[in-house]
Design a protein around this ligand. Structure first.
Ligand SMILES: *Cc1c(COP(=O)(O)O)cnc(C)c1O
Length: 361
């Protein structure tokens, strides 16, 4: 009998069980091909259908109009930290960034390496990135404004995106894409490594608006230009076929089983409320993010001592709750409650937390 745990990993992370079962079912003979999806040519009709279907589902889920191109890249979200400034900077203009922690900080570093005029227009560094800045000043001069929608490590999230005064927003949505409704209109480019909330590691989703492509310098290497992926439908070279296929199944699950992004957001809101309501009701655990900046995807908290945190992580795993250790850079505990983490898992976590507090408080 297969024994599965409740998986709170930050990434790679939980995938919906029906998706895993679907993969298993068609593994040996993919849709009448007599081969697995891992073995078919990326130029075959079988894979072409997967790519088209996945693209169409992403466009429907995020309500993207015809100006937006859906691309599948490699190199992780980290590759986008350098590709964004390479492709979207404009000569003579600054680029604006908001620093909300580790991933934003890395994106800023990559833009600076390229010698650009990088302006950090808002930051929450002085309070250890425990909040989302309230004001994001704009003088209307920047080529783009870069944000990280959900801060996977610090457990903060933009609940509402700032008004960018017409400046295209570039956003790293690696850990909350497909988790909630948002208006795509202010976004010039969105990117997301799949392994948090959208699929397995190995593919990075990039959504780019038509007008951004006019900026792409002709002098960039072919593989580093967004225009190459647009012109060649993400198939200039061999794309990560299996990862795209799984992303297709995940988006199908959101559309057909969950019932769309609205429903998904409702489930996510209930899951986050379960956990935060409990955190707010007691004094043993302490949430680390400011209440108005809390992430609905990554819930970060501390226990009274590091010894108790280690004990908590060990005993929770023994009780079938995995992945609750905080990021190595910040310590503490973190429950990642992405789309694929069911409500029962969050309820089981809250029950475990109550019992642990009762025994150790
Ligand atoms: C995990 C993560 C990254 C890094 O992703 P890679 O695919 O490993 O490069 C970047 N940004 C955010 C918000 C993340 O959560």
């Amino acid at each position: 009998m297969t024994q599965r745990i409740y998986n709170f990993n930050a990434g790679p992370a939980a995938l919906p069980l029906p998706v895993l079962e679907h993969i298993q079912e068609e593994m040996l003979d993919f849709r009448g091909s007599g081969m697995s999806i891992l073995e078919v040519s990326h130029r075959s009709k079988w894979f072409e259908d997967v790519l088209d279907d996945t693209t169409a589902r992403i466009k429907r889920l995020l309500k993207l109009d015809d100006r937006y191109h859906v691309l599948f890249l490699q190199g992780g979200a980290s590759m986008q930290f350098c590709m964004v400034p390479m492709n979207l900077a404009v000569a003579g203009k600054p680029v604006d960034y908001v620093d909300t922690g580790t991933w934003s900080t890395k994106a800023i570093k990559e833009a600076r390496i390229q010698g650009l005029d990088v302006r950090v227009v808002a930051s929450s560094q002085e309070k250890e990135f425990t909040y989302i800045p309230k004001e994001v000043p704009s003088d209307g001069k920047a080529a783009y404004l870069h944000l990280t929608s959900n801060n996977t490590i610090r457990g903060t999230q933009w609940r509402l995106f700032p008004d960018s005064a017409g400046i295209p927003i570039v956003c790293d949505m690696s850990s909350d894409i497909f988790s909630r409704i948002f208006d795509p209109a202010p976004f010039g480019l969105i990117y997301a490594g799949a392994q948090k909330n959208a699929g397995p590691a190995g593919v990075t989703l990039v959504i780019v608006r038509d007008d951004m492509l006019e900026r792409v310098p002709a002098t960039l290497p072919t593989m580093l230009k967004y225009t190459t992926y647009v012109e060649k439908k993400s198939m200039f070279n061999t794309p990560p076929t299996f990862a795209i296929y799984v992303m297709g199944l995940v988006t199908q699950w959101i559309e057909e089983t969950v019932g769309g992004i609205e429903k998904m957001e409702g489930v996510n809101n209930r899951k986050a409320a379960l956990l935060y309501d409990y955190l707010d009701s007691q004094n043993f655990y302490r949430g680390t993010a400011m209440p108005d900046s809390r992430s609905f995807m990554n819930v970060t908290f501390r226990l009274p001592t590091e010894e108790l945190e280690q004990k908590f992580i060990k005993e929770s795993l023994a009780s079938g709750l995995g992945g609750l250790k905080g990021h190595r850079s910040v310590g503490g505990c973190r429950a990642s409650i992405y789309n694929a983490v069911p409500t029962e898992a969050v309820q089981a976590l809250v029950d475990f937390m109550k019992e642990f507090a009762r025994k150790n408080g």
